[in-house]
Design a protein. Structure first.
Length: 364
């Protein structure tokens, strides 16, 4: 096993200098730190974690509280991608991850906070939880360093996707493609939903687009069945929308199924758009128009800022980091001609037999 003494000999410096370089002490130049660290890595040096724990009084273990209400677990594409980037960034700084749960020794149930203390977590990453739950509040308000993802809680460190800007960009693109009858099937009540829905209405108002109440519906996130049922209702309206926005890319699959079951084509007969930018969006035919969230930086920033707070509690900033997404135009929003935002000279309906019918618009 490679020791500090071995590294010191190779670098022709003292053992104390090697120790300071590996522990990022300020009284060692960055150039010398880099040289010593590169040599240590080249020699296959691995720190004694037990000794480091005793010295720093840290476990180098971060807890992850992830309680998806829809029970999607790590099949939830968006949060799985965020968690992966969080894991990569944490491991780069020698931290491990453990999920927070309610299980304890001997099968005794623990609260989230009790489990966090039992495991000796240095910090907690909280994502996709209900902050109205007493146990979540107890953990978030404890003295353990916390970072929340996509939720701003009190003065806690937070890294959030800019959902308001994302929805604005998505709506603007659809508007610029000539659509004026735009429907939105949004997710269940949450901070994310509130920001997106407010931005949807605000952007519509900016462009002078009227949104009838029947154009806005709710379903659960990643619920293909619920999204499909909402799509049915929208298509059966006397004046159906020309474009439907879905709460996420996965839910959009339910809408795609219903549309195709009716013998309609995307985007020739109806335009659609998703949200999140999961890999599946680029595998659908045609490619789904969506707003791609920057999951890499969401997870990376959350890990880096939480570890900074753990290691430098007196100087680390407890701020909110906003991460921008990016529009993926895809192929599911058709460019409409004219100022009416119509398909052709009319709008389509359905006779209940899966056949597309063109109707002349009233009061043309």
């Amino acid at each position: 096993m490679v020791s500090l003494k071995d590294i010191a000999k190779e670098c022709q410096v003292s053992v104390a200098t090697v120790s300071k370089a590996l522990n990022d002490h300020a009284d060692i130049s960055e150039e010398r730190k880099k040289m010593i660290r590169e040599k240590a890595e080249e020699m296959g040096y691995r720190p004694n974690l037990f000794a480091r724990t005793l010295k720093t009084n840290r476990s180098y273990n971060i807890g992850v509280l992830f309680t998806d209400a829809e029970h999607n677990g790590l099949t939830h594409d968006y949060f799985a991608a965020v968690l992966y980037s969080f894991k990569v960034a944490a491991e780069a700084r020698d931290y491990d991850l453990t999920f927070v749960n309610c299980g304890g020794s001997g099968g005794k149930r623990m609260t989230y906070l009790e489990h966090a203390r039992y495991r000796g977590f240095d910090g907690i990453m909280i994502a996709c939880v209900d902050f109205s739950e007493p146990e979540v509040l107890q953990l978030a308000l404890s003295d353990i360093p916390v970072v929340t993802i996509d939720y701003i809680f009190n003065d806690r460190l937070a890294v959030v996707s800019d959902n308001a800007k994302g929805m604005e960009d998505l709506f603007t693109y659809i508007y610029q493609m000539g659509h004026r009858r735009i429907a939105y099937i949004h997710g269940t009540d949450s901070a994310v939903t509130t920001n997106r829905l407010s931005s949807f209405y605000r952007t519509a108002e900016k462009f002078g687009v009227e949104i009838p109440d029947e154009y806005v519906m709710m379903t659960r996130y990643r619920d293909t069945k619920g999204a499909g049922e909402a799509t049915e209702k929208l298509l059966d309206l006397r004046r159906p929308p020309t474009c439907i926005l879905y709460p996420d890319d996965f839910a959009a699959l339910g809408g795609i199924h219903v549309i195709r079951e009716r013998g309609m084509s995307i985007p020739e007969d109806i335009s659609i758009a998703g949200y999140d930018g999961i890999r599946l969006a680029k595998l659908t035919v045609p490619n789904l128009t969506t707003l791609c969230q920057d999951t890499q930086h969401l997870g990376q920033y959350a890990a880096e800022k939480l570890i900074d707070l753990i290691e430098k509690p007196k100087t680390a900033m407890r701020n909110i980091t906003i991460v921008q997404g990016k529009l993926y135009e895809g192929q599911t929003v058709l460019k409409l001609d004219g100022s009416r935002g119509e398909y052709g000279n009319g709008y389509f309906g359905n006779n209940g037999k899966g056949c597309r019918i063109l109707k002349a618009p009233e009061n043309a």
